[in-house]
Every structure is written in structure tokens, then in C-alpha cells.
Design a protein around this ligand. Structure first.
Ligand SMILES: Cc1ncc(COP(=O)(O)O)c(C=O)c1O
Length: 267
């Protein structure tokens, strides 16, 4: 679904979109198109397009089916790498055929990386696929990336995820207690929030965003937070970083409560 005026048809003609967390629908689509599908690419928790966590059982079944059908499984861990020392795939304990990385591995400079099984990467050795680019392996980006990954030791992930967990549990129990249709969800330091149209709704697919979200409240919240010094992404995303303190986390929680009270007091 385009966020802009559209996507060229030569692109959409070559892509089949699957439904997150609905294995039966995915299986039908994949089996019906298996001869034409080269690869399946997924984020274990989608981020830029709205936070949706894939259920472990769903991913496990997709892994087995892609193996059976000879479809390459690619995990896009561009953002989810920050979930754990070995990326979100280490938490799920599911191995893809290829992994795509970016963002964090450049320590603030532009870089991308792709990894995979020896069998897959044979195509480069055999020159079946050509991979080259002006900035590939740029020394400055590689140095910044190495420094960032050294700073991200095992403790750093634990601290970041604990901060996220605190925001999530405190705000969810507060919103439940006062019956506000506001939820916080996701499993690591990039996680989601939503104002839903009705109390008790959850977000398990990208389509839920289009059907269940109260867009006005989403926009007011993001704008009001930004004017108070906090910067969640208006589409329902919070990202935490290592320099943040417990005080920042506490401030985020209390400021969120203030704004939610404000939103619902004006109705
Ligand atoms: C999950 C994910 N994959 C891929 C990309 C694209 O990365 P790049 O801008 O380096 O092409 C992004 C960018 O935001 C992303 O969030």
C-alpha cells in the first residue's frame, strides 16, 4: 500500500504481498505461486511500516514451508538487529537463508550489508551475480560501524530492552486501569504505540493500522510530545538509544499520561 502517489506497476507486478501472522493465507499464496517466487523477505518485527510483531509459530511455519518450496527466506534486520546481540533471529532461534543489515552497523554513517549461507553466496564466487558500488565497504562508515557495534555489548541490549519494557508495562497497565484505548506493544527498543478506535483492540497486521487506528489522536499525541521534548514517530513508533537515562524514561511515561488525559478530556 503506497504512502505516496503510487508504486510503478513493473514493481508491484513482481511482488506478492503476504498477510502478517496469517499462516493459512500465506501458505495458499506461496503454494499457488511457488514456481514464480524467488524469495520471501520479512522483518520479524516490522518497523517503518508500523510496528507489527510476527508470532514465533508463524515464522517457524514459514521457515519450514519456504524450505519445502525452495523459496529463499530473507530476514530484513536493518532495524531489528538492535533487539539482541544476534539480532531478532537469535531471539526467535530461526535461521534465514539471507540477512539484510543497515542503520546501526554504520554507527550513524550510511552503510548496508547482506549475509547468508555459503550455498547462497556461491553465486558471487561463481560470478552469476555481480555486486559492486562506489561506496561499498567505505572505510569511514566501516570504522564508525565497528565502533558502534563494540559499544553495543551484551549489556547495552539488556539495558535498552529493559527501558522499553518499563515504558510498555507501565503505560499499558495505566491505560487499562483508566480505560483509555491506548496500547504499547513490541518486543525491543524500537516498539509501537497506538490509539485505537475502540477499547481492547490489538495490532497484529499492517492492515490493522488502516482499520483500527484513531489517526487524529495519533497525530495530536506525536505533536504534543514533540513540543514537550520527546519525539515518537507519528505513525506509532518509539525508538530508544543508549544515552537515554532512567529520568528520560520516567519523563516519557508521565508526559504520555498528561497528553492522553488531555486528549480525552477534550472530547
Ligand atoms: C527495515 C528496513 N529495511 C530497509 C530499509 C532501507 O534501507 P536503505 O535506506 O539503506 O536502503 C529501511 C529504511 O528505513 C528499513 O527500515
Amino acid at each position: 500500500m503506497p504512502d505516496s502517489d503510487g508504486i510503478p506497476s513493473y514493481k508491484t507486478d513482481n511482488v506478492v504481498v503476504l498477510v502478517q501472522n496469517d499462516f493459512a493465507a500465506c501458505e495458499t499464496i506461496l503454494r499457488n505461486n511457488a514456481d514464480e517466487i524467488a524469495c520471501l523477505i520479512m522483518e520479524l518485527q516490522s518497523c517503518a511500516g508500523g510496528i507489527v510483531e510476527l508470532e514465533k509459530e508463524f515464522v517457524r511455519k514459514i521457515r519450514a514451508l519456504t524450505e519445502e518450496l525452495g523459496i529463499l527466506l530473507i530476514f530484513d534486520e536493518t532495524i531489528t538487529l538492535r533487539a539482541a546481540y544476534g539480532g531478532l533471529q537469535s531471539v526467535y532461534q530461526i535461521k534465514p537463508d539471507m540477512t539484510v543489515l543497515g542503520k546501526m552497523i554504520g554507527g550513524g554513517l550510511p552503510i548496508g550489508a547482506v549475509g547468508g549461507s555459503r550455498k547462497v553466496f556461491r553465486v558471487l564466487e561463481d560470478n552469476q551475480v555481480m555486486l559492486s558500488g562506489t561506496h561499498h565497504g567505505h572505510p569511514l562508515a566501516c570504522a564508525a560501524g565497528s565502533a558502534c557495534l563494540e559499544a553495543m555489548d551484551a549489556d547495552a541490549y539488556v539495558r535498552l530492552n529493559a527501558m522499553a519494557e518499563k515504558i510498555k508495562t507501565e503505560l499499558n497497565s495505566w491505560a487499562r486501569e483508566f480505560k483509555y484505548p491506548f496500547i504499547v506493544f513490541g518486543s525491543f527498543s524500537v516498539f509501537g504505540y497506538a490509539f485505537t478506535k475502540e477499547l481492547g483492540q490489538s495490532i497484529t497486521t499492517h492492515r490493522d493500522y488502516w482499520n483500527k487506528i484513531d489517526e487524529d489522536s495519533m497525530n495530536i499525541y506525536a505533536l504534543e510530545m514533540a513540543t514537550r521534548g520527546y519525539f515518537p514517530v507519528h505513525r506509532g513508533q518509539i525508538g530508544l538509544t543508549l544515552p537515554m537515562t532512567d529520568e528520560d524514561v520516567g519523563g516519557y511515561i508521565e508526559t504520555t499520561k498528561d497528553i492522553i488525559r488531555l486528549i480525552y478530556s477534550e472530547e
